[in-house]
Design a protein around this ligand. Structure first.
Ligand code: ZN
Length: 141
């Protein structure tokens, strides 16, 4: 079957979307949530693991925590980057304070750290706060 696999970031259902319908109207077949967003949304480790493993659209995760100053500075930039990259990559956030085991699982040594997943595995990672243009360039490179 043709189409791109995309994990719903709300309920975790794996959807298959025809490439020509991969836009803001693409909805999860189970819960109806939009699959392509123009903002970065918070995910839990189970959904992150599923999306990282299955998605055909690149997934970029910002590992952050509420106590981290640089993370807070980067948050609006990451959000703008999510909008700029709408349809090309999905940008999500994982709170490493709420989910400490996930930080260990993904070997996060310092935050903020961005990890890009592509084709079922980690493609690259980058530590330190970045501005929107730098994030967009990093994701596209
Ligand atoms: Zn769903």
């Amino acid at each position: 079957m043709a189409g791109k696999k995309l994990t719903c970031l709300e309920c975790g259902q794996l959807n298959r979307i025809p490439e020509d319908r991969l836009g803001p109207d693409a909805k999860c077949g189970t819960c109806g949530a939009a699959l392509i967003r123009s903002k970065a949304i918070e995910v839990d480790p189970a959904i992150l693991a599923k999306a990282a493993r299955n998605d055909d659209v690149p997934l970029v995760v910002d590992f952050w925590a509420p106590w981290c100053g640089p993370c807070k500075m980067m948050a609006p930039e990451f959000s703008k980057a999510a909008s700029a990259l709408e349809g090309q990559a999905r940008l999500v956030k994982l709170n490493t304070e709420d989910h400490q085991a996930a930080g260990t699982k993904y070997n996060i040594r310092g935050i903020p750290t961005m990890v890009a997943f592509r084709g079922g595995k980690e493609a690259k990672r980058q530590s330190g706060a970045m501005r929107e243009a730098q994030i967009v360039a990093w994701v596209k490179s």
